[in-house]
Design a protein around this ligand. Structure first.
Ligand code: ATP
Length: 218
């Protein structure tokens, strides 16, 4: 224990800059509950890096990424006001795996770079667990950048119903998006931890808390 002025501070080893931040990749198909799990992990003290949000930010704001996208897809990739033309890009890569791979080859390495910076910052600031949340963690190779991975899985019909309600889309549209992602059995096979989101939100919270402490103390 250290007494500073009139304040009494107790230092734990986890706040030492010598403790190593643990990195956890959280993935799951659409509507599986991964964002909800990340919220629960944050409550425990984890910091969450949302890879999909970072990818969007980079495509919008990072000059070198914008330049590479324009070189690959042409000037229509951005609107006159400078905003990313999502509809145009989606059209360009839809059903064309090669073009999608080229877009990913521009964006994914930059996302991982940003994650590595976030990790250095987390380490410096004494964060115990840094989470990398990504819908396509394994497909993009994000699993290579984290210590352990967790897959959130849920019954398909519940996922469809929840996303249809959340995003105000039809069940068919949700099933279509599910069809472009790794099957849940594959996620179960590849992840170090599997969170079965088949109960209430408070069950999910408890599972997330258990996951946090397991990773933190590993
Ligand atoms: P996406 O990939 O589409 O972003 P996601 O995997 O991040 O989805 P969430 O947004 O966390 O999924 O969850 C989808 C919806 O289902 C949310 O509205 C969430 O509140 C709800 N939900 C998740 N788990 C449960 C649960 N166990 N009970 C009730 N509602 C739940």
């Amino acid at each position: 224990m250290l007494v500073v002025g009139t304040h009494v501070c107790s230092f734990e080893i986890r706040h030492s800059k010598f403790a190593t931040v643990k990195t956890l990749g959280v993935t799951g198909g659409i509507g599986s509950g991964k964002t909800t799990v990340c919220g629960f992990l944050e409550e425990q003290g984890a910091r969450v890096f949302y890879a999909d949000i970072e990818a969007k930010r980079l495509m919008q704001e990072e000059a070198s990424v914008r330049k590479a996208i324009v070189e690959e897809f042409g000037p229509d990739a951005y609107r006159d006001d400078g905003a990313l033309n999502r509809a145009f890009l989606a059209e360009q890569v839809f059903g064309d795996d090669e073009r999608l791979d080229r877009l990913n080859a521009i964006v994914h390495p930059r996302v991982f770079e940003a994650f590595e910076s976030a990790k250095a910052r987390a380490q410096e600031e004494g964060v115990d667990v840094l989470v990398h949340e990504a819908a396509l963690l394994f497909e993009a190779g994000g699993d290579a950048h984290v210590d352990v991975t967790a897959a959130v899985v849920a019954p398909d019909e519940e996922r469809v119903a929840r996303v249809a309600e959340r995003d105000d889309v039809t069940p068919e549209q949700v099933r279509d998006r599910m069809g472009h992602q790794l099957p849940q059995d594959e996620l179960r096979r590849r992840a170090d931890y599997v969170i079965e989101n088949d109960g209430s939100l408070s069950d999910l919270r408890q599972k997330s808390v258990d996951l946090y402490w397991d990773v933190r103390d590993a």
